[in-house]
Design a protein around this ligand. Structure first.
Ligand SMILES: [Zn+2]
Length: 99
């Protein structure tokens, strides 16, 4: 019985290492970067659950209303820069917090 268990364990280890080695990035499996801001980029209104969310360049974008979706699509690069700046600021504020 003991040998059966070790055989099973060995099989498990083999399977796990095979899986780890086979790390081909699957674009479908990559999750979009979540939208971490609480405000709509376009109007500065608070965004809530159920507000329009879409994916732009692998990044989740959340705005407060359909009109803002249109505004974003008019000039996506501009808003993308705004998100990046806001995220950077958030990260900096976080780093400043006392540990
Ligand atoms: Zn809006």
């Amino acid at each position: 019985m003991k040998s059966l268990l070790s055989a099973l364990l060995l099989a498990l280890v083999c399977t796990t290492s095979t899986l780890a080695a086979d790390k081909t990035p699957d674009p479908k499996a990559t999750k979009p970067k979540p939208y971490i801001l609480t405000l709509c980029l376009v109007s500065d209104e608070k965004v809530d659950k159920g507000d329009p969310t879409f994916i732009y360049k692998g990044r989740e974008i959340k705005v407060c209303c359909e009109g803002c979706v249109k505004d974003f699509q008019k000039d996506p690069e501009k808003y993308l820069k705004l998100i990046e700046a806001a995220e950077k600021k958030l990260a900096e504020d976080k780093a400043k917090l006392p540990k």
